[in-house]
Design a protein around this ligand. Structure first.
Ligand SMILES: [Zn+2]
Length: 453
């Protein structure tokens, strides 16, 4: 069995690996590179393999850096199926459509090229097949005798996320996808890695650090909302539309409707993608953890509470302006590099009573990163806006497990060999060293690296 690292080998985005065994050529994830213009230009590089020669595509989860170039496979002649859990299939469609909408806008406004067409997204969807956690499927190729067994297990990272176990030629290889954080609402914990793994390809996003905090996630949310609203202004939360937003809504439901620890107040979910994603969450309650399931059975709609308004259309979104503070606006994009949050930022960044809460990683070059770094004034939708509001960064709500979580998860199964991808070089090095200390052979992966087992 041969594994080639294609994307997310030198950084955290563009996830893509190729597994070759017998007549099989399997692609694991095919995501977009995200970051500054230089990084994103890599999306237009020709694929380093012939898409027509690929026999199967398996997908870990619906984040853009794991699914964004699936349509490119179709465009280049891949004619086979795409396998992922049922929520991943549905969420991937929303994510690909959203990304296409942005590309189309950039194409019309700035003449930037399109990576693929809507017909390529349709091609992915027509040939997507939903799988269940823990139920192996058997992949076949061209009527031959040989097979590959593929099994998806819950990764606890986002709704429907999985790590994938591939078994063939008596070997067992695991692709971690992204590994979830601990004590995440709605999601179940990351399933245990199987034993006797010959090769684990693991992410290492936070391989060098700990998310340590004495407060629970819910206390963090409670404090940030209470502090932000007490001055009577607007609390702006640029939020990643998938998972982080739904978790925030779930926590607010608990704090306002169930525990009455926060008073009801006007809260706006101003992101069409996040609102669409909520429908997928509602459709698959069998994927919830025990607590969310219990709340649901008690009759509580865990994604709705007193004061919450979802604003899907532009007209609805504009009405938010007329509601007096204190109020909370949750809007995409998470790093403020686009989306409706920009309209609110243009209006309220200069308001001393308002607060900007950054709740996730801010990539250098994005507006979120500029504000976080103290820049003022900043350019928002063509206007120079002075930053006078409070700016706060809350790092503990990450969707990724930290070093401790990764060490425990990998350590419990003692795989024979580990390659680390999906992390900055220092994160991969730090985690490889820690794994080495507990007797597990681990190495950082690099672009185009080929491994045979
Ligand atoms: Zn992810």
């Amino acid at each position: 069995m041969k594994i080639t690292f294609i994307g997310a080998a030198a950084g955290v985005t563009g996830s893509c690996s190729l597994v070759e065994t017998g007549p099989f050529r399997i692609i694991v994830d095919c995501g977009m590179f995200q970051g500054d213009a230089g990084v994103e230009s890599k999306n237009f590089n020709p694929l380093p393999f012939d898409a027509k020669s690929i026999t199967h595509v398996v997908v870990t989860h619906a984040h853009l850096d794991h699914v964004g170039r699936l349509p490119v496979l179709v465009k280049n002649g891949y004619a086979g199926q795409f396998f992922a859990t049922r929520p991943t299939v549905e969420l991937a469609k929303l994510v690909m459509d959203d990304a296409f909408g942005i590309m189309e806008y950039d194409n019309k406004k700035f003449g930037r090229p399109l990576l693929h067409g809507p017909e390529d997204i349709a091609g992915v969807m027509e040939r997507s097949k939903g799988v269940e956690y823990d139920e192996p499927i058997v992949l076949k190729s061209g009527g031959g005798e040989e097979t590959v067994r593929a099994t998806w297990h819950d990764a606890g990272h986002i709704f429907g996320s999985a790590f994938i176990v591939l078994e063939a030629e008596g070997k067992r290889v695991v692709f971690s996808g992204d590994v979830g954080n601990v004590e995440v609402p709605i999601l179940r914990d990351t399933a245990a890695l199987p034993k006797n793994v010959d090769l684990l390809v693991s992410e290492s996003t936070y391989g060098d650090r700990l998310h340590e905090t004495k407060l629970t996630r819910q206390q963090i949310v409670e404090n940030m909302i209470a502090d932000g609203t007490k001055r009577g202004g607007v609390v702006m939360i640029p939020s990643f539309s998938l998972e982080r937003t739904q978790e925030l809504i779930y926590e607010l439901n608990d704090l306002i409707d169930r525990q009455h620890r926060l008073p009801p107040m006007p809260i706006f979910l101003d992101s069409p993608l996040a609102i669409d994603a909520l429908k997928v969450y509602r459709k698959y309650p069998e994927y919830y953890d025990e607590e969310a399931e219990k709340y649901l059975q008690s009759g509580d709609d865990v994604f709705d509470f007193k004061g919450l308004t979802t604003t899907y259309t532009r007209t609805e979104s504009m009405k938010i302006n007329h509601i007096p503070g204190p109020k909370i606006i949750i809007a995409g994009a998470g790093m403020m590099n686009g989306g409706r949050i920009l309209h609110h930022a243009r209006r309220y960044l200069s308001d001393e009573k308002s607060t900007l809460l950054l709740i996730g990683y801010q990539s250098p070059g994005t507006l979120g990163h500029q504000i976080y770094s103290g820049k003022s004034p900043v350019r928002v939708l063509g206007d120079e806006v002075p930053v006078k509001c409070q700016v706060k960064m809350v790092g503990a709500l990450s969707a990724h497990g930290d070093q401790k979580k990764l060490l425990q998860w990998i350590g419990a199964a003692q795989p024979k060999k580990v390659f680390l991808n999906h992390g900055d070089p220092w994160c991969k090095e730090a985690l490889a060293k820690k794994l080495g200390e507990v007797g597990i052979a681990a190495e950082p992966a690099s672009s185009e690296l080929k491994v045979e087992i």
